[in-house]
Design a protein around this ligand. Sequence first.
Ligand code: ZN
Length: 285
Amino acid sequence: MTAFVASFLHLESQELVKYLLRETGHLHRGQVNPKDLLDYLKLKYLRFDFMTELPKEAKETFVGTTPRAMISFHDRLVATDVSLNPARTTFSVLHEVGHYILPHHQNTLYVCDRKGMSFGTHLLFEREANEVAADLLFLGDRFDLESNSRPVSAGTVRTLACQFGASFEATARRIAERSYRDCMLVCFSNTSSAIIDAPQNLQWNVHYCIPSASFANRFFQKLNSGSVPENVFAALSEEGRDIERSERGELPIVYHADLQPRRFNAEFFYNRYNVFCFLTPTGGV
Ligand SMILES: [Zn+2]
């Protein structure tokens, strides 16, 4: 008979996050302070230009991609690239904290690039570190309470991104992911060449979808195809237009071969990198 294998108490990453937030006095704060986390973990922090100052061997592993952040366990050092904006810098520091606190991530060095730190990376360790970063950034369950007491809208994305010091995209994703209501975030990315095409001719096609649990249960998991209507993008891309000035309408969506298309409320908004849309069933959420 094969022996049963016991293991030590496995601390889930969410438990580690909760512990770290509690120990660093974040229970009653409105926004995460990466410096307090680094101090608590006795990690030093530096910000420098990776392309000129990283050792040659480290740079050679990054042909064709852009390193953004690193952690050296031996030096107890976290560093981020100078080119990152404040929201990305915070996320990158929290990502490295993720590598540091996750028990099986103990390594000598991680140098993390844009691809690994992006949503949907296929690299397991990078994905796990991203999850810890998002849980720290949104203060565990705190975000869920805030977002579920507000409408699912571009206005809420703006408000909560500012409140939590997060990017618009990470905030929009979290709203859909953690929603108790029926909603889906659709992200559209630009698939044509900006060099050849004039901005007004850019095609914005479905890149990824995040349904809330109840939306996925009741309707569908993702859109296989679809693009942003040209007139909608023309309006969203007006000079100086704020993210919360969205475009609202209704979209007919076919999601079952035997059913007629069903209409959904669609609110489109644009963060100057991607176009997003919140889908909600008509008749309110
Ligand atoms: Zn990483």
